[in-house]
Ligand binder design. Sequence first.
Ligand code: SF4
Length: 463
Amino acid sequence: MIGQADPYQEIPMSKKVYLQTFGCQMNVYDSERLTSLLLLEGHKITNNPKDADVIVLNTCSVREKAEKRALGRLSEFYRYKQKNPQVMLVVIGCMAQRMGEELVKQMPYLNLVLGPDQIFQLPIYLENNKGYSQVAVCPSREDFDSHKIWEQEILPERKTPYTSFIAISRGCDNFCSYCVVPYVRGPERHRPTDQIIREIQFLTESGCKEVTLIGQNVNSYKFKGKDFADLLEMANDQTTIDWIRFMTSHPKDLPGKLIDKIATLPKICKHIHLPLQAGSDKILEKMNRNYTAGDYLKLVERMKERIGDVSLSTDVIAGFPTETKEDFKKTLDIMKKVKFDSAFMFRYSIRVGTKAASLIDDVPEEEKLERLHVLIKLQKEISKKKNQKLLGKTFQVLVDDKSKRDKNRWKGKTKTNKTVIIEGDRNLLGKIVSVKINGADSFTLFGNLGGVNFDEKICRLQL
Ligand code: SF4
C-alpha cells in the first residue's frame, strides 16, 4: 500500500500533466480539447510521465484488449506514485464510465475517475485535490447531459496544425449488440450546426487545411431541421477549408441525398468508412445492425456508380457468437466483392453489459484467431492490388508530417485517405501538392512531387 500524500508539502497550482489516450478519434478529440483547457488554466503538458504531477489516462472500452492495456499502464504508473505519493493518478473516458466505483475498489490509489461527460471538470478537481478515490460518472444513460457538453467551445490542441477532428455528435442510440458505446457515451446528442461551421472556419484561419467531422454515426446528424447532407453542404459552401472528411457512417443511414452531396461537393473527400461487421444475415441480425448483406452490397453499388472513384474502408468482427464456418465464408465473399481499400479487423470479445454478452461465446479462441488471420491475409492482398493499380497516377496529397521511418521524406494523405510517402528536398509541410505514385504496398503509396503545387489558396494569391 502506498503512503498518503504529505498534506504540508506545497502543491504547485500550475501542474505538469501527462495525458495518454487510448481508442478512437473521439477520445483523441476529447484529449485535444482537454489539453487546450488545461493550458488555458495555466497548467503545462509534459511528454514524460516521470516528470508529471498529474498522470491522466483517457481510456477506451470498445474491446477487452484496450482496457487491459490501460490497466497495465496504470500499474506501471502506480510505481511512480509509490516513489512520489504527491503524483495524482486520473482515469477518464469510457473505461472510467463503465467501471466507475469498481475501478477505485480495484485500485484504491487512484485519485480521480471521470466519465466522458465529466472530463472537462478536471481543472476544477486539480484545484481542489481532495486525495484519493473521487468518482464522477453518469449514473445512467438518462443522466448524460443533452446540451451542456457543447457549451464550452474549446478548440482542440492538435499535434499537427494542418488537420483537425471536429465532433458533430456524441453518444449513440443504435445499440449494436456487441457494443458498449451507447452505455458509456450515452444517448446520441447533436452539436449546433452554426457552432460546427464557426469552428471549421476558425481552424481554417489558423492554418488548418482539412477537418474530419466525427461522430459514432455522423449520417444520423440532425439539428433544427438540418441533416448531415445539409451540414456537408454548409461546410463546403460557407467555409474556406480545403478538404472535409467524415467518419463513421452507418450503412442503414446513407440516403441518396447524402450520396449525391458526397459525389458533387468539391471539398468533400471521397472516402467512406462503412463498417460491414459481418457478411451473414443471421449474424448481422444478432448484431442488431439493421441491414442485410444484400442491402450493404446494393448500397456499395450505388456509391460506386454515383461517386466513381470512391474509397471504402470497413470494420469486421471475426467469431461473433454462433458464427459458423459458412457464416464466416459469407464475410469473406463480401470482402472479395466490395474490395475495400482498407479494413480494421478484430476478433470478438465479450463486453459486459451488452446484449451479446448474454449469448454463449461459443467460437473457440483459436478459431477466432484463425478467422482473423484469414481476414487480414485477404484484405492485405486486396489492398495491395488496389494500391498497385494507382502506380503512375498523380494525386493531390496534403502533407501533414515527416515520415516516421525516414526523416528525409514526408507523409501525407490523398483525398481518398491513402497514406503517401513523398520524396522531396524542401519543406512541404501543410501544403497540398501533386504527387506521382511510383511505389505501392498494402498500406502505403510512395511517390515524387509531380507538377505544380495544388494549394488553391496560394494559387489564388499569386493570381
Ligand atoms: S453504431 Fe453500433 S458499433 Fe457504432 S458506436 Fe453505435 S452501437 Fe457501437
